[in-house]
Design a protein around this ligand. Sequence first.
Ligand code: ZN
Ligand code: ZN
Length: 367
Amino acid sequence: MPADRLTRVQAQLRPLGLDALLISTPPNIRYLTGMAASTGLMVVGVDACLLIVDFRYATVAREVTAGSAIEVHVSDGSVDAAAAVILRGPGISRIGVEGDHLSVARFNTLGMAIAGPGSERVSAASPELVSTARIVERLREIKDAAEVEILREAGRRISAVARHAREWIRPGVTEMEVAAAVDAAMRRAGFERPAFETIVASGSNGALPHARPTRRTLAEGEGVVLDFGGVYDGYCVDLTRTLHLGPMPADFRRMFDAVREAQAAAIRRVVPGVGPADIDRAAREVLEAHGFGEAFGHGTGHGLGLEVHESPRITQLAPAGEPVTEGMVFTIEPGAYVPGIGGVRIEDDVLVVRGGCELLTDVPIEL
Ligand code: ZN
Ligand code: ZN
């Protein structure tokens, strides 16, 4: 794991007035240590770092941190209790926690445990737990060279899978059968698992942006939204194509062409320094011009990485002061959903590079 990931977290502690930071979110722990585990807790100090795991992860924790500045502590009981004992030490008065992820119950238990055994409540002299936001997530937004290589490879592989879509999407099969075929193809293509439950939304179901595959049978003359993603070496890619069984009727064609044009406009807008809201607006304006403004009710895209939905969010509400920068990877996926006609969504993954963006996915828009 590149050591600068940890040192860049440590460098933020003093400016935030923190003596230590507790990292409890599995993708953040993975980002900093390389360990993929469902539990574990990191105690990051200004110049030291401890990874606390239980016996299930002792071997892998030692392996991934060998030769690094991270010390492994194997706890007998809960990792929180072990952290509490360590954090009771002198000189620790303000401890950051990941406020977006830590539950209130765990926050309270940790506070009590740090205050000491037998304490009914946290005393004024106890170290204070402080909510922090997006310390590791902001680092994760900008992919380093190793991450970019994994995502490029994942993009190539998901594209290769998508090019077979016509073989699975045909009249007479159910949405569930299509989803099973897509998931099997992802496994064969080297993906560890689907990044989310594959969406196959046919006919009227296409008007539901997050439809789940049903036993509905695909029929000639209807559209099918196919949205699927895979996890490759821990990293997520995500792709959507909308197919039509037989020639598209005029109303469906209008919607399809509008979404295609909106997606192209948004991709053209991606350049370092532009705000996510501007990218979103580029797609939205095209759809509005074609009369589909009301039919596009979600954001234009989302960041990709160790999680399938991470920052940056490419939406109207994205903060103006946080432009996209080189190394960010996110989706561009405008859609239009009209009850009675169905839905169209087209999604590709882009990497922000100097002067524009590189498409990580490469599949004909019209399959
Ligand atoms: Zn998707
Ligand atoms: Zn997506």
